[in-house]
Ligand binder design. Structure first.
Ligand code: HEC
Length: 139
């Protein structure tokens, strides 16, 4: 697919986000950034671009990792609540469920920021996350 089409798709997704956004606080996003770097970037990439699970993860190595930011981000997710549930249950891939609920919410806030969504001073919660729609595929 050409570059232009990706850009257009990204704009549409960001728009879909923005229209229904019940967002997050700047505190959540900055804490989330630290946590992301510490626990998630090793597989998801410094900029959330995805790729494959690196060598050091044994039998997980080589598994495809979808992007969580940038073009085609969160391809399998319909709303941010789903992202939260999925991350809490399955992530980090090598140690599922090892973070606290508010840490997952912080990381997701950071991902929203990385995707161009502005904070609105209200904390992201599992309930508010469900109201932020994404245009990912069915799952
Ligand atoms: C050991 C490597 C690894 C680490 C560390 C890791 N992930 Fe993942 N992540 C994956 C893989 C592989 C997938 C794809 C799995 C699938 O689709 O079932 C994935 C998928 C996801 C998805 C779903 C994306 C989509 O659109 O389907 C989310 C959200 C996610 N990870 C969040 C996180 C968060 C948050 C962290 C840090 C707390 C994290 N991951 C750490 C390997 C990892």
């Amino acid at each position: 697919m050409s570059h232009k089409i990706w850009q257009l798709m990204l704009c549409l997704m960001v728009l879909a986000f923005a229209v229904t956004a019940f967002a997050y606080t700047t505190d959540q996003a900055s804490k989330g950034k630290e946590l992301y770097v510490k626990y998630c970037a090793v597989c998801h990439g410094a900029n959330g671009e995805g790729g494959t699970v690196p060598e050091q993860f044994g039998k997980l190595a080589g598994t495809k990792v979808p992007p969580v930011a940038g073009p085609g981000f969160l391809p399998g997710m319909k709303d941010v609540g789903q992202v939260y549930d999925f991350a809490k249950k399955n992530m980090p891939g090598n140690k599922p469920g090892s973070l606290k609920s508010n840490e997952y919410l912080a990381i997701i806030s950071f991902a929203l920021e990385a995707n161009g969504i502005k904070p609105d001073g209200k904390p992201l919660t599992p309930a508010s996350a469900k109201k932020i729609k994404l245009s990912g595929g069915e799952k």
